[in-house]
Design a protein around this ligand. Structure first.
Ligand SMILES: [Cu+2]
Length: 360
């Protein structure tokens, strides 16, 4: 045994040396990896400051989002103050009261009544200062004052239905609103939990089956704003997008008028062919007001599909090529979408596309 131990001593020293070497090289590898990660994180941080993001919650538009943003800044300011104070104190204490030499023991302190009272009272003061504006804003935003319009939103896997009960309009994936008016939303779901979110216009609100959740929005300037489902709701959750088109009153009224006009029966024989195919193959799931039998409710209304900017809940721009691509195989565009591949021939697709696009 002794022999073995003795003979292994130099060997151990050697492996120790080798270990030291690999350790330091490993350390420098870890250090360069860490700095790489840091640079990556920093780059990500900087891109978040671009300010041009169409879904930027910090460049809010409209009264509701502005109030919510004010609240955000109040809470952020307190959080920043607490962070700087706590970290600053921690660094100061670590440095000031450190052990300066091997044989010196820093003074040991146990308990300090004044300090304990202070760090109990300070959070109370901070929490009260956060609670007062928060509770006030919650009640203020829940009040539906001067509501000029109601919109019922129904979340579906994976698209949005918008009904305007007062105006007799139903549309999908493209919400039109008049500028400067208070709109009261009634959020409902046809299947699972979704969340209605237009980052620039208002905080998110859950869309829950069997419930009716309220939300008010007032937008002060015309424009197109992007929205998105904000609650994981299945495979195509990320592709459950929508647009909010905010228009001057006159334009909005014109849009309502167009939406209320039912589809005219087509005269052109090519269009007739398209409409017949739609009646046969699509009407069980889609509504087209004015086309006999097309009263399906499984998919979005196609009554004025030609006038919408996008299809498949914001996934594709509404062009003849994209519409053909969607009808050819919806699963290729949006795997798992609840519209199956209907096996239309290329000929049939070329008849359906111009017909649908004519529905303005
Ligand atoms: Cu959803």
């Amino acid at each position: 045994m002794r022999n073995l131990a003795q003979s292994s001593l130099p060997a151990r020293a050697a492996t120790g040396l080798a270990k030291g070497a690999t350790l330091s090289s490993r350390r420098s590898a870890a250090a360069s990896f860490l700095s790489l990660v840091l640079v990556g994180v920093l780059a990500l941080f900087i891109t978040s400051c671009s300010g041009k993001d169409p879904q930027d919650t910090l460049s809010s538009v409209g009264e509701v989002a502005k109030k919510q943003q004010e609240l955000f800044w109040i809470i952020f300011a307190w959080a920043a103050l607490v962070f700087v104070l706590v970290q600053g104190l921690l660094l100061f204490i670590l440095f000031r009261f450190r052990r300066r030499s091997e044989n010196e023991m820093p003074a040991q302190t146990h308990g300090n009544t004044r300090l304990e009272i202070a760090w109990t009272l300070a959070p109370v003061v901070i929490l009260v200062s956060v609670a007062i504006p928060t509770v006030a804003s919650i009640f203020d935003l829940a009040k539906e004052h001067d509501v000029s319009m109601q919109v019922k939103v129904i979340g579906h896997q994976w698209w949005w239905e918008f009904q305007y009960p007062g105006l007799g309009v139903v549309t999908a994936n493209e919400l039109h609103l008049p500028v400067g008016e208070v709109v009261a939303f009634d959020l409902q779901s046809a299947d699972v939990i979704h969340s209605f979110w237009v980052p620039k216009l208002a905080g998110k609100q859950d869309v829950v089956p069997g419930r009716s959740n309220p939300l008010t929005i007032k937008v002060d300037e015309p424009g197109t704003f992007l929205g998105q489902c904000a609650e994981l709701c299945g495979i195509q959750h990320a592709q459950m997008k929508f647009r909010v088109v905010v228009q001057e009153k006159a334009q909005f009224d014109q849009w309502v008028k167009d939406q209320r006009t039912p589809v005219q029966p087509p005269g052109d024989p090519a269009m007739v062919k398209g409409s017949l195919i739609v009646q046969q193959k699509c009407s069980a799931c889609h509504t087209i007001q004015g086309l006999a039998g097309a009263v399906g409710k499984v998919g979005p209304t196609l009554t004025h599909i030609g006038g919408r900017g996008t299809i498949a809940a914001g996934v594709l721009n509404n062009t003849p090529e994209n519409l053909a691509r969607w009808i050819r195989d919806p699963q290729e565009v949006k795997r798992g979408a609840l519209m199956p591949n209907l096996g239309l021939t290329e000929d049939e697709i070329q008849a359906v596309v111009p017909y649908l696009l004519s529905l303005k």
